[in-house]
Design a protein. Structure first.
Length: 266
């Protein structure tokens, strides 16, 4: 899943694709590089980010979704049902909601009625103060429990089981050690029985890895670390990884597949 941020304040690319023309060109490039899906979002969810108005979010994403949807399946990355509905009308094929339907009470009925795949992420609050909620007894156990509760709500509302996708929410109300624990125990998330989406790409905790007390690397220098987590996710049965650097991701997946070998070789 290639990321197309149509925002002026993304943590990873700082608004490089903010104009519709730049975002569409970037999406085309990601498809050419091997992206299977394009994730178009008009709201930054970096820690501390303020929300745009609904009208502004619509202005950002709709022309991009409309232009890119004939090229590849497009997911709309939004917490607003109005934006999701308009994007689906414009050609989006699935909804990626970092709040899992908690931010807007109309979201779950919408995706149930439209019968589209829905990525429900583990979420404890909006970006402006989410890190204050990074308290767990056991982060993996707690995330699995809270995702299970969301699944129950989605199914009760009429969302089909096969349409439910889960995201453990790396970096959202989680500190670095929480993220590492989730990566080590991805099997427990996959064991919930729904397709899993992992979004570690360029996250802060990857920039803090280094030998000898190395200075934390900025986002654009975290793609190798991201590719390692991609290979790890593939080995643990994750359905999709959401990434900024598609080339490195494809390489990581190809190497993982080559290491597995064919059934005949085994």
């Amino acid at each position: 899943m290639g990321v197309v941020n149509v925002t002026p304040d993304s943590f990873s690319d700082g608004g490089a694709w903010f104009t519709p023309e730049a975002a569409v060109a970037h999406g085309r490039e990601l498809v050419a590089q091997g992206a299977d899906l394009l994730d178009v979002g008009g709201e930054s969810t970096r820690p501390g980010a303020e929300r745009p108005s609904t009208a502004e979010e619509l202005r950002r994403v709709l022309p991009v979704v409309e232009a890119l949807s004939p090229l590849a399946p497009v997911s709309v990355d939004t917490m607003r049902a109005d934006v999701a509905a308009a994007a689906l009308d414009a050609g989006a094929a699935l909804v990626n909601d970092v709040s899992g339907g908690l931010a807007d009470p109309e979201m779950v009925p919408l995706v149930a009625q439209r019968a589209v795949p829905f990525v429900a992420m583990h979420w404890r609050g909006h970006s402006r103060d989410m890190q204050a909620r990074a308290h767990y007894d056991d982060v993996v156990t707690d995330v699995v429990r809270e995702l299970t509760e969301r699944v129950e709500v989605l199914l009760a509302a009429g969302v089909l089981p096969d349409a439910v996708l889960l995201d453990p929410g790396f970096g959202f109300a989680k500190n670095a050690e929480h993220n590492w624990q989730l990566l080590r125990r991805l099997d427990e998330v996959v064991a919930l029985g729904h397709r899993v989406v992992v979004g570690t790409s360029r996250k802060t905790f990857l920039g803090s890895v280094g030998r000898g007390g190395a200075t934390a690397r900025p986002p654009l220098e975290r793609d190798v670390a991201t590719a390692v987590t991609t290979a790890h996710a593939a080995e643990h049965g994750v359905w999709c990884v959401r990434v900024h650097d598609v080339v490195a991701t494809v390489d990581a997946l190809d190497v993982t597949e080559a290491l597995r070998g064919s059934e005949d070789e085994r």
